[in-house]
Design a protein around this ligand. Sequence first.
Ligand code: F6P
Length: 343
Amino acid sequence: MKIGMLTGGGDCPGLNPAMRGFVMKSIDYGFEVWGIREGWKGLVKGIVEDKPMDVARVEELIHQGGTSLRSSRTNPYKDPAQLEAVRANISKFGFDCIVALGGEDTLGVASNLWKDGVPTVGIPKTMDNDLSETDYTFGFDSAVGVNVEAIDRLRDTARSHSRVIVLEVMGRHAGWVALHAGIAGGADFILLPEVPLDIDAMCTQIKKAHARKGYGIVVASEGTELPNLDESEAKLDAFGHVILGDRNVGEFLAKEIEKRTGLETRSAATGHIQRGGAPSAFDRVLASRLGIRAAQCVNEKDFGKMVAIRGTEIVAVDIDKAVGTLRTVPLELYNTLTTLFNK
Ligand code: F6P
């Protein structure tokens, strides 16, 4: 069995431990695993490592963030010539199967390839934690940890200067990172893409928190819907997503809070800081288990699957189900948790 493995989309902690788990188990089966560089772009251009991945190549990856295979946001289905190149390279390198580590976009390509007759297996990653069919994706726990540390640090300054501080965190369509970081960091208000923005309600809450303890902390997803936002001219990535970096949600909210409450307010954003660094212990274990399960799928020729965690079990689910719809934060969950910050 000759397998091509790639990592696509935004990097996140856990990709290296997942490929390590996959390669370790593949060695037991006697498979040859070839690293494809830079996601789908590597398969379009035929950029493959010069020898199969062995124990030495992956052994030291358990604590390394990012992806040692490198990544790109390339969508070969946007361009028939690129898709043709992908097919040609799969046959040139003699790959019997492609293992893709990625989020909705990368796994969407793997799902389409499977429908087009290419054996694929997907391993879910995204710090956004928004993939369907799995309870968690690796990268999420690590990113939440970074953001909680940021909140703890920001609280010191907020308290010292009697300020309000807004922390903007990643999360395009789903607010899992903001919700978990905000709850674990004891935020006074949390804003998610799933919950309509009510600036008055937020300001009322902030004023109460400030009156009580002398400062306030707001955590907001970068994807929070802002009023009168015109994104018709915004830059898009290869999968058609607006590049959110220029939105400056935190800055917008900080200005509004200061204007409406008269409280001195600052904003901060963890940006790509939250996506880098060593994976948490939870992500290392989850990623390792998913990598091993993916190798088992290949061994069983159980293709068109994405490996997933359900409860405490690692399972294989249909990849097309996993990429159809995003797993967003249920409103009931958010509403239940508001008791922690609506005092
Ligand atoms: O991986 C998902 C994500 O982290 C989103 O939350 C964010 O909007 C996006 O990636 C930003 O990615 P980049 O700036 O690296 O293209």
